[in-house]
Design a protein around this ligand. Sequence first.
Ligand code: DP6
Length: 325
Amino acid sequence: MHAATAYAHPNIALVKYWGKSNDDLNVPATPSLALTLGDLRTTTRIEAAASEVVVVDGHQVRDAKIERWLERLRGAFNLPPLRIESSSDFPANSGLASSASGFAALTLAISSAFDLDLSLQEQCEWARFGSGSAARSLHGGFVALESEGDVCRASQILDENEWNLAIAVAITSDSVKSTGSTAGMTASRETSPFYDGWLRATIEAFDLGLVAVKNKDFDALAKIAEASCRQMHALMLSTEPALIYWNAATLNCIDAVTRMRKDGINVFYTIDAGSHVKAVCEADVVTRVSEQLSRVDGVHSVIGSGIGGPAQIKDSSSPGKVSDD
Ligand code: DP6
């Protein structure tokens, strides 16, 4: 065993995942399609310790999701108690996919520290047990996640250099989301009258989204991604009790992005389980889009990002996977 550090980028879903077919194995009920945010990252360091300690963004925490995940991992591998230190350079638990980058970095760091010799597909599966969306953060660029029975496969559709898009993330709140994704998904499945329709629409959107990404068809992707976003939030709104993640600034940003597109700027919006708005655009207009979003009422700040690469090992003691940028 050697200490190891890995980092991974969060990803944003263009065709959303909201609902599981198997809660215990954390299997998404529908396929999803996402892109990786290169300028945001979670870095995780692993070392053996006398007793287990988990430190997230400088605070020691007890995290039920991480504990369950480690228990499952220990069912397959003999691991000592660990010191896990993880930090993100962006706001956590607010709909910016910190659990996706977190479980991706954690899986890669543990796999390297203990020489578990996991293939990329196996890493994706372990990351997915922690958080469905985390399987997508091990790859860079545009990534699809599909399941067959209880087995999932994350695959790269385009790498980070194949389509020159960028993302402006409008931060619209400094609070943590009220309901986490896992609990929210269960509530939607159990209470929303629209759940079955959502699954059907998402399966269709995924097929169309794949074609749009492969063809680098911005207009088609804009339509599919905005519709998937609005359909997911409609499902959330129809859940009992209602899951309302948007705030006034979220709506203002949707309006601003819609107006920009009418003015001929290639940009579309998407929003995950939080109030922040991600505006996906062609890279040459990201400064303009960011400036316009930063002037929107209620927007605290805007983070610009290019498309990111795969999760990486930072620890130079792990030969063959060295990368530190
Ligand atoms: C709205 O992957 O966080 O971001 O598997 O329960 O951990 P769990 O959920 P998670 O959910 C992501 C939900 C989403 C949409 C998406 O990323 O596809």
